[in-house]
Design a protein around this ligand. Structure first.
Ligand SMILES: *Cc1c(COP(=O)(O)O)cnc(C)c1O
Length: 450
Protein backbone atom coordinates (compact mmCIF):
# COMPACT_ATOMS: atom_id res chain seq x y z
CA UNK A 1 0.00 0.00 0.00
CA UNK A 2 2.96 2.35 0.36
CA UNK A 3 3.92 1.99 -3.30
CA UNK A 4 3.23 4.88 -5.56
CA UNK A 5 0.08 3.39 -6.95
CA UNK A 6 -2.86 5.23 -8.41
CA UNK A 7 -4.30 6.11 -4.97
CA UNK A 8 -0.99 7.44 -3.69
CA UNK A 9 -0.53 9.45 -6.87
CA UNK A 10 -3.93 11.08 -6.42
CA UNK A 11 -3.22 11.71 -2.74
CA UNK A 12 0.08 13.38 -3.64
CA UNK A 13 -1.45 15.62 -6.27
CA UNK A 14 -4.36 16.65 -4.09
CA UNK A 15 -2.17 17.31 -1.05
CA UNK A 16 0.54 19.19 -2.92
CA UNK A 17 -2.07 21.29 -4.73
CA UNK A 18 -3.66 22.16 -1.40
CA UNK A 19 -0.25 22.83 0.19
CA UNK A 20 0.54 25.31 -2.57
CA UNK A 21 -2.85 26.97 -2.13
CA UNK A 22 -2.34 27.20 1.65
CA UNK A 23 1.13 28.67 1.16
CA UNK A 24 -0.42 31.38 -0.97
CA UNK A 25 -2.94 32.48 1.69
CA UNK A 26 -1.95 36.04 2.45
CA UNK A 27 -2.78 36.72 5.16
CA UNK A 28 -3.44 33.34 6.70
CA UNK A 29 -6.97 33.18 8.17
CA UNK A 30 -7.01 33.33 11.97
CA UNK A 31 -9.71 30.62 12.41
CA UNK A 32 -10.81 29.30 15.80
CA UNK A 33 -11.50 26.12 17.73
CA UNK A 34 -14.88 24.45 17.89
CA UNK A 35 -16.43 21.87 20.19
CA UNK A 36 -15.96 18.12 20.12
CA UNK A 37 -19.66 17.66 19.42
CA UNK A 38 -19.53 19.98 16.44
CA UNK A 39 -16.57 18.10 14.96
CA UNK A 40 -18.11 14.72 15.69
CA UNK A 41 -21.29 15.79 13.90
CA UNK A 42 -19.53 17.23 10.85
CA UNK A 43 -16.67 14.76 10.53
CA UNK A 44 -17.78 11.55 12.21
CA UNK A 45 -15.47 8.56 12.14
CA UNK A 46 -12.75 8.93 9.50
CA UNK A 47 -10.92 5.62 9.63
CA UNK A 48 -12.57 2.64 7.94
CA UNK A 49 -11.41 -0.87 7.08
CA UNK A 50 -11.61 -0.28 3.33
CA UNK A 51 -10.16 3.25 3.25
CA UNK A 52 -11.57 6.26 1.44
CA UNK A 53 -10.74 8.36 -1.58
CA UNK A 54 -7.83 10.70 -0.84
CA UNK A 55 -9.75 13.68 -2.21
CA UNK A 56 -12.58 13.00 0.25
CA UNK A 57 -10.29 12.65 3.24
CA UNK A 58 -8.39 15.78 2.25
CA UNK A 59 -11.67 17.66 1.90
CA UNK A 60 -12.58 16.76 5.48
CA UNK A 61 -9.28 18.29 6.51
CA UNK A 62 -9.45 21.45 4.42
CA UNK A 63 -13.12 22.20 5.02
CA UNK A 64 -13.65 21.16 8.64
CA UNK A 65 -10.50 20.18 10.53
CA UNK A 66 -8.08 22.89 9.38
CA UNK A 67 -10.51 25.78 10.01
CA UNK A 68 -10.90 24.43 13.54
CA UNK A 69 -7.21 25.14 14.11
CA UNK A 70 -5.92 28.64 14.76
CA UNK A 71 -3.26 29.62 12.21
CA UNK A 72 -0.25 30.68 14.27
CA UNK A 73 1.03 32.51 11.20
CA UNK A 74 -1.91 34.89 11.07
CA UNK A 75 -0.56 38.43 11.48
CA UNK A 76 -3.46 38.91 13.93
CA UNK A 77 -2.12 36.20 16.25
CA UNK A 78 -0.80 38.04 19.34
CA UNK A 79 -1.20 35.31 21.98
CA UNK A 80 1.39 32.89 23.46
CA UNK A 81 4.28 33.19 21.00
CA UNK A 82 3.09 33.50 17.39
CA UNK A 83 4.78 31.99 14.34
CA UNK A 84 5.66 33.49 10.98
CA UNK A 85 7.47 30.85 8.93
CA UNK A 86 8.77 32.01 5.58
CA UNK A 87 7.13 30.36 2.61
CA UNK A 88 10.47 28.91 1.60
CA UNK A 89 10.95 27.33 5.00
CA UNK A 90 7.42 25.91 4.93
CA UNK A 91 7.74 24.40 1.50
CA UNK A 92 11.10 22.93 2.37
CA UNK A 93 9.41 21.11 5.24
CA UNK A 94 7.46 19.27 2.55
CA UNK A 95 10.74 18.40 0.83
CA UNK A 96 12.12 17.07 4.11
CA UNK A 97 8.97 14.99 4.57
CA UNK A 98 9.31 13.51 1.09
CA UNK A 99 12.98 12.67 1.62
CA UNK A 100 12.64 10.16 4.49
CA UNK A 101 15.92 10.93 6.22
CA UNK A 102 16.59 9.83 9.77
CA UNK A 103 18.90 12.63 10.84
CA UNK A 104 20.14 10.98 14.02
CA UNK A 105 23.55 9.91 12.74
CA UNK A 106 26.14 11.04 10.22
CA UNK A 107 26.08 7.52 8.78
CA UNK A 108 22.43 7.89 7.83
CA UNK A 109 22.13 11.58 7.02
CA UNK A 110 25.52 13.25 6.54
CA UNK A 111 24.18 15.70 3.96
CA UNK A 112 21.26 16.86 6.08
CA UNK A 113 23.47 17.16 9.16
CA UNK A 114 26.06 19.19 7.27
CA UNK A 115 23.34 21.70 6.35
CA UNK A 116 21.76 21.72 9.81
CA UNK A 117 25.18 22.40 11.30
CA UNK A 118 25.62 25.37 8.98
CA UNK A 119 22.45 26.82 10.49
CA UNK A 120 23.64 26.02 14.02
CA UNK A 121 26.96 27.73 13.26
CA UNK A 122 25.10 30.85 12.16
CA UNK A 123 23.35 30.94 15.54
CA UNK A 124 26.53 30.14 17.50
CA UNK A 125 28.27 33.03 15.72
CA UNK A 126 25.41 35.38 16.58
CA UNK A 127 25.89 34.46 20.23
CA UNK A 128 29.68 34.67 19.97
CA UNK A 129 30.27 31.04 20.96
CA UNK A 130 33.70 29.55 20.16
CA UNK A 131 34.42 27.52 17.00
CA UNK A 132 34.04 24.22 18.85
CA UNK A 133 30.46 24.94 19.94
CA UNK A 134 27.70 22.78 18.49
CA UNK A 135 24.63 20.74 19.18
CA UNK A 136 21.52 19.73 17.34
CA UNK A 137 17.94 20.65 16.60
CA UNK A 138 15.27 19.26 18.92
CA UNK A 139 11.51 19.66 18.91
CA UNK A 140 11.25 22.79 21.03
CA UNK A 141 12.59 24.88 23.85
CA UNK A 142 11.17 22.47 26.41
CA UNK A 143 13.09 19.53 24.94
CA UNK A 144 16.18 21.75 24.62
CA UNK A 145 16.06 22.97 28.22
CA UNK A 146 15.67 19.41 29.47
CA UNK A 147 18.51 18.05 27.33
CA UNK A 148 20.87 20.85 28.38
CA UNK A 149 20.10 20.70 32.09
CA UNK A 150 20.65 16.93 32.15
CA UNK A 151 24.16 17.66 30.89
CA UNK A 152 24.58 20.38 33.52
CA UNK A 153 23.60 18.01 36.31
CA UNK A 154 25.70 15.06 35.11
CA UNK A 155 28.72 17.26 34.43
CA UNK A 156 28.53 18.63 37.98
CA UNK A 157 28.35 15.12 39.39
CA UNK A 158 31.37 14.05 37.33
CA UNK A 159 33.44 17.14 38.16
CA UNK A 160 32.69 17.18 41.84
CA UNK A 161 32.98 13.43 42.24
CA UNK A 162 29.81 13.22 44.33
CA UNK A 163 26.16 14.12 44.20
CA UNK A 164 24.20 15.77 46.98
CA UNK A 165 20.89 14.18 48.07
CA UNK A 166 19.26 16.60 45.63
CA UNK A 167 20.88 18.89 43.08
CA UNK A 168 19.51 22.40 42.79
CA UNK A 169 19.37 24.80 39.86
CA UNK A 170 19.22 28.58 40.30
CA UNK A 171 16.37 30.15 38.35
CA UNK A 172 14.72 33.54 38.08
CA UNK A 173 11.15 34.23 39.09
CA UNK A 174 10.24 34.69 35.44
CA UNK A 175 11.75 31.42 34.14
CA UNK A 176 9.61 29.53 31.64
CA UNK A 177 7.30 26.77 32.91
CA UNK A 178 9.35 24.21 30.96
CA UNK A 179 12.28 24.85 33.31
CA UNK A 180 10.12 23.92 36.32
CA UNK A 181 8.96 20.85 34.42
CA UNK A 182 12.57 19.96 33.57
CA UNK A 183 13.61 20.21 37.22
CA UNK A 184 10.74 17.92 38.20
CA UNK A 185 11.85 15.35 35.63
CA UNK A 186 15.47 15.64 36.78
CA UNK A 187 14.48 15.44 40.45
CA UNK A 188 16.27 18.72 41.07
CA UNK A 189 14.99 21.58 43.23
CA UNK A 190 14.72 25.16 42.04
CA UNK A 191 16.63 27.82 43.93
CA UNK A 192 14.41 30.76 43.03
CA UNK A 193 16.33 34.03 43.04
CA UNK A 194 14.34 37.25 43.52
CA UNK A 195 14.27 39.57 40.52
CA UNK A 196 15.74 43.06 40.49
CA UNK A 197 13.57 46.16 40.03
CA UNK A 198 13.57 45.52 36.27
CA UNK A 199 12.31 41.95 36.78
CA UNK A 200 15.61 40.38 35.77
CA UNK A 201 17.61 37.58 37.33
CA UNK A 202 20.94 39.23 38.12
CA UNK A 203 24.39 38.05 39.11
CA UNK A 204 24.33 40.30 42.19
CA UNK A 205 21.06 38.80 43.47
CA UNK A 206 22.28 35.28 42.80
CA UNK A 207 25.52 35.95 44.68
CA UNK A 208 23.54 37.28 47.65
CA UNK A 209 21.29 34.23 47.71
CA UNK A 210 24.22 31.81 47.43
CA UNK A 211 26.16 33.62 50.17
CA UNK A 212 23.19 33.28 52.53
CA UNK A 213 22.44 29.67 51.56
CA UNK A 214 23.33 26.90 54.04
CA UNK A 215 24.17 24.46 51.23
CA UNK A 216 25.44 26.33 48.15
CA UNK A 217 27.42 23.25 47.07
CA UNK A 218 24.20 21.53 46.03
CA UNK A 219 23.62 24.12 43.30
CA UNK A 220 24.92 22.80 39.98
CA UNK A 221 23.58 25.22 37.38
CA UNK A 222 21.94 28.52 36.57
CA UNK A 223 19.01 28.54 34.15
CA UNK A 224 18.72 32.11 32.87
CA UNK A 225 16.28 33.51 30.34
CA UNK A 226 17.07 35.68 27.35
CA UNK A 227 13.63 37.04 26.54
CA UNK A 228 11.01 35.86 29.03
CA UNK A 229 7.85 34.57 27.41
CA UNK A 230 5.52 36.65 29.52
CA UNK A 231 7.26 40.00 29.11
CA UNK A 232 10.36 39.69 26.89
CA UNK A 233 12.90 40.40 29.64
CA UNK A 234 16.55 39.48 29.19
CA UNK A 235 18.35 38.44 32.39
CA UNK A 236 21.72 39.89 33.43
CA UNK A 237 23.69 37.31 31.46
CA UNK A 238 27.12 38.88 32.02
CA UNK A 239 26.62 39.12 35.78
CA UNK A 240 25.35 35.54 35.90
CA UNK A 241 28.34 34.36 33.85
CA UNK A 242 30.63 35.95 36.49
CA UNK A 243 28.91 33.99 39.27
CA UNK A 244 28.99 30.81 37.16
CA UNK A 245 32.75 31.24 36.70
CA UNK A 246 33.36 32.02 40.40
CA UNK A 247 31.40 29.01 41.67
CA UNK A 248 31.87 26.46 38.90
CA UNK A 249 28.19 26.48 37.93
CA UNK A 250 26.83 25.54 34.51
CA UNK A 251 25.18 28.52 32.83
CA UNK A 252 22.25 27.62 30.59
CA UNK A 253 20.35 30.33 28.73
CA UNK A 254 16.79 29.76 27.59
CA UNK A 255 16.47 32.01 24.56
CA UNK A 256 13.65 30.03 22.98
CA UNK A 257 11.76 33.18 22.08
CA UNK A 258 14.17 36.06 22.61
CA UNK A 259 17.57 34.91 21.39
CA UNK A 260 16.43 35.48 17.81
CA UNK A 261 16.93 39.17 18.57
CA UNK A 262 20.68 38.53 18.68
CA UNK A 263 20.31 39.37 14.97
CA UNK A 264 19.07 42.87 15.78
CA UNK A 265 21.71 45.55 16.38
CA UNK A 266 19.19 47.79 18.21
CA UNK A 267 18.89 45.32 21.11
CA UNK A 268 22.04 43.21 20.81
CA UNK A 269 23.70 44.87 23.82
CA UNK A 270 21.02 43.43 26.15
CA UNK A 271 22.43 39.96 25.46
CA UNK A 272 25.98 40.84 26.57
CA UNK A 273 27.46 37.80 28.27
CA UNK A 274 25.63 35.24 26.14
CA UNK A 275 29.00 34.38 24.59
CA UNK A 276 29.96 32.92 27.99
CA UNK A 277 27.15 30.35 28.34
CA UNK A 278 27.69 26.60 28.63
CA UNK A 279 24.48 25.87 26.74
CA UNK A 280 21.61 27.75 25.16
CA UNK A 281 18.44 27.22 23.17
CA UNK A 282 16.65 29.30 20.57
CA UNK A 283 13.52 28.21 18.71
CA UNK A 284 13.62 28.85 14.96
CA UNK A 285 9.88 28.04 15.04
CA UNK A 286 9.34 31.24 16.98
CA UNK A 287 11.11 34.41 15.90
CA UNK A 288 13.40 32.90 13.28
CA UNK A 289 10.60 32.28 10.83
CA UNK A 290 10.78 28.48 10.59
CA UNK A 291 7.89 26.02 10.87
CA UNK A 292 7.13 23.92 13.96
CA UNK A 293 8.83 22.11 15.45
CA UNK A 294 12.38 23.32 15.69
CA UNK A 295 14.69 24.34 18.54
CA UNK A 296 18.41 24.89 18.16
CA UNK A 297 20.32 23.52 21.16
CA UNK A 298 23.95 24.62 21.44
CA UNK A 299 26.72 23.62 23.83
CA UNK A 300 30.02 25.41 24.34
CA UNK A 301 31.71 22.02 24.82
CA UNK A 302 29.63 19.49 22.91
CA UNK A 303 31.78 16.58 24.15
CA UNK A 304 30.22 17.08 27.61
CA UNK A 305 26.78 16.55 26.09
CA UNK A 306 28.00 13.56 24.11
CA UNK A 307 29.27 11.92 27.31
CA UNK A 308 25.76 12.18 28.76
CA UNK A 309 23.42 11.66 25.81
CA UNK A 310 25.18 9.22 23.45
CA UNK A 311 23.25 5.95 23.38
CA UNK A 312 25.16 2.70 23.24
CA UNK A 313 23.76 -0.58 21.95
CA UNK A 314 25.24 -3.40 19.91
CA UNK A 315 23.01 -2.60 16.96
CA UNK A 316 24.03 1.08 17.13
CA UNK A 317 27.81 0.72 17.34
CA UNK A 318 28.12 1.22 13.59
CA UNK A 319 27.21 4.90 13.86
CA UNK A 320 30.45 5.62 15.77
CA UNK A 321 33.60 4.90 13.79
CA UNK A 322 35.46 8.16 14.24
CA UNK A 323 34.60 11.72 15.02
CA UNK A 324 31.37 11.90 13.01
CA UNK A 325 28.77 14.41 14.19
CA UNK A 326 25.74 12.47 15.40
CA UNK A 327 22.86 14.75 16.44
CA UNK A 328 21.50 11.87 18.53
CA UNK A 329 24.48 12.39 20.87
CA UNK A 330 23.42 15.87 21.98
CA UNK A 331 19.89 15.43 23.35
CA UNK A 332 17.66 12.74 24.79
CA UNK A 333 16.51 11.48 21.41
CA UNK A 334 17.61 8.95 18.81
CA UNK A 335 15.48 8.94 15.64
CA UNK A 336 14.87 12.45 14.50
CA UNK A 337 13.45 14.40 11.65
CA UNK A 338 15.94 16.80 10.02
CA UNK A 339 13.96 19.61 11.58
CA UNK A 340 16.71 22.17 11.15
CA UNK A 341 16.54 21.97 7.36
CA UNK A 342 13.54 24.25 6.70
CA UNK A 343 15.33 26.96 8.70
CA UNK A 344 18.62 26.28 6.86
CA UNK A 345 16.95 26.44 3.43
CA UNK A 346 15.23 29.72 4.18
CA UNK A 347 18.44 31.26 5.59
CA UNK A 348 20.38 30.14 2.53
CA UNK A 349 17.72 31.47 0.13
CA UNK A 350 16.93 34.81 1.75
CA UNK A 351 20.29 35.58 3.33
CA UNK A 352 20.96 36.62 6.90
CA UNK A 353 20.46 40.34 6.16
CA UNK A 354 16.76 39.62 5.55
CA UNK A 355 16.50 38.08 9.01
CA UNK A 356 18.10 41.10 10.65
CA UNK A 357 15.76 43.43 8.76
CA UNK A 358 12.64 41.41 9.60
CA UNK A 359 13.46 41.25 13.32
CA UNK A 360 14.31 44.97 13.48
CA UNK A 361 11.02 45.69 11.73
CA UNK A 362 9.06 43.66 14.29
CA UNK A 363 10.86 45.41 17.15
CA UNK A 364 9.91 48.76 15.64
CA UNK A 365 6.24 47.73 15.30
CA UNK A 366 6.22 46.61 18.96
CA UNK A 367 7.66 49.99 20.02
CA UNK A 368 5.07 51.78 17.89
CA UNK A 369 2.32 49.71 19.54
CA UNK A 370 3.62 50.79 22.96
CA UNK A 371 3.50 54.40 21.77
CA UNK A 372 -0.13 53.92 20.71
CA UNK A 373 -0.93 52.67 24.22
CA UNK A 374 0.89 55.64 25.80
CA UNK A 375 -1.10 58.00 23.59
CA UNK A 376 -4.53 56.43 24.14
CA UNK A 377 -6.57 57.77 27.07
CA UNK A 378 -8.41 54.53 27.87
CA UNK A 379 -5.39 52.20 28.35
CA UNK A 380 -2.03 52.19 30.17
CA UNK A 381 1.29 50.60 29.37
CA UNK A 382 2.29 48.23 32.20
CA UNK A 383 6.04 48.30 31.57
CA UNK A 384 8.48 49.46 28.93
CA UNK A 385 8.83 47.10 26.01
CA UNK A 386 12.17 45.27 25.99
CA UNK A 387 11.82 43.01 22.97
CA UNK A 388 8.46 42.46 21.28
CA UNK A 389 6.07 41.61 24.13
CA UNK A 390 3.68 44.40 25.10
CA UNK A 391 1.75 44.40 28.40
CA UNK A 392 -0.99 46.91 29.06
CA UNK A 393 -4.06 47.40 31.21
CA UNK A 394 -7.55 48.79 30.73
CA UNK A 395 -8.20 50.68 33.98
CA UNK A 396 -11.54 49.71 35.47
CA UNK A 397 -11.67 46.24 33.98
CA UNK A 398 -12.06 43.10 36.06
CA UNK A 399 -10.29 39.84 35.14
CA UNK A 400 -13.60 38.65 33.65
CA UNK A 401 -13.74 41.70 31.40
CA UNK A 402 -10.41 40.70 29.85
CA UNK A 403 -11.65 37.16 29.22
CA UNK A 404 -14.87 38.38 27.59
CA UNK A 405 -12.94 40.86 25.48
CA UNK A 406 -10.42 38.22 24.37
CA UNK A 407 -13.17 35.78 23.36
CA UNK A 408 -15.01 38.44 21.39
CA UNK A 409 -11.87 39.44 19.49
CA UNK A 410 -11.32 35.85 18.40
CA UNK A 411 -14.99 35.24 17.56
CA UNK A 412 -14.94 38.39 15.42
CA UNK A 413 -11.61 37.30 13.90
CA UNK A 414 -10.09 40.67 14.80
CA UNK A 415 -7.21 39.15 16.76
CA UNK A 416 -6.11 36.32 19.01
CA UNK A 417 -5.03 38.14 22.15
CA UNK A 418 -5.04 36.61 25.64
CA UNK A 419 -4.69 38.23 29.05
CA UNK A 420 -1.85 37.29 31.35
CA UNK A 421 -0.83 38.05 34.92
CA UNK A 422 1.80 40.61 35.82
CA UNK A 423 2.79 40.92 39.51
CA UNK A 424 -0.58 39.41 40.40
CA UNK A 425 -2.66 41.72 38.20
CA UNK A 426 -4.57 40.50 35.14
CA UNK A 427 -3.42 42.56 32.15
CA UNK A 428 -3.53 42.36 28.37
CA UNK A 429 -0.55 40.90 26.48
CA UNK A 430 0.39 41.05 22.82
CA UNK A 431 3.45 39.46 21.25
CA UNK A 432 4.72 40.92 17.99
CA UNK A 433 6.56 38.48 15.77
CA UNK A 434 4.94 38.42 12.33
CA UNK A 435 6.61 40.87 9.92
CA UNK A 436 3.21 41.56 8.30
CA UNK A 437 1.52 42.57 11.55
CA UNK A 438 0.81 46.29 11.34
CA UNK A 439 0.27 48.94 13.99
CA UNK A 440 -3.17 49.46 12.43
CA UNK A 441 -4.09 45.85 13.27
CA UNK A 442 -3.08 46.58 16.84
CA UNK A 443 -5.15 49.79 16.78
CA UNK A 444 -8.21 47.59 16.20
CA UNK A 445 -7.29 45.65 19.35
CA UNK A 446 -6.99 48.86 21.37
CA UNK A 447 -10.20 50.28 19.91
CA UNK A 448 -12.07 47.17 21.01
CA UNK A 449 -11.29 48.12 24.65
CA UNK A 450 -13.01 51.48 24.63
C1 LIG B 1 8.32 29.02 24.11
C2 LIG B 1 9.31 28.96 25.20
C3 LIG B 1 9.74 27.74 25.73
C4 LIG B 1 9.14 26.44 25.31
O1 LIG B 1 9.48 26.16 23.99
P1 LIG B 1 8.67 25.08 23.15
O2 LIG B 1 9.30 25.19 21.82
O3 LIG B 1 7.24 25.51 23.18
O4 LIG B 1 8.88 23.76 23.82
C5 LIG B 1 10.73 27.75 26.68
N1 LIG B 1 11.24 28.92 27.11
C6 LIG B 1 10.86 30.10 26.63
C7 LIG B 1 11.49 31.35 27.15
C8 LIG B 1 9.87 30.17 25.65
O5 LIG B 1 9.47 31.35 25.18
Amino acid sequence: MHHFDETADRAARACLDYALERLRYDPAPLDQPTTYDDLARRVGATITSAGRDPEDVLRVFTEVLAPACISSDSPRFFAFIPAAPTKSALVFDTVVAASSMNASSWLEASGAIYAENEALRFLADLAGLPPGAGGCFVSGGSAGNLSALVVARETATARRGARPPKWRVAVGEQAHSSVASTLRILDCDALVVPSDDRDRLTGAALRRVLDADPDPGSVCAIAATAGTTNAGIVDDLDGLADVAAERDLWLHVDGAYGAAALCAPSVRARFAGIERVDSMVVDPHKWLFAPFDSCALLYREPQLARAVHAQHASYLDAIRTGDEWNPADYAYHLSRRARGLPFWFSLAVHGTDAYRAAIEHVLAVARAAADRIRAAPHVELVRDVELSVVLWRRPGWTPDDYVTWSRRLLADQVAFCLPTRWHGEVVARAVFLHPNTTVEMFDEVLDSMR
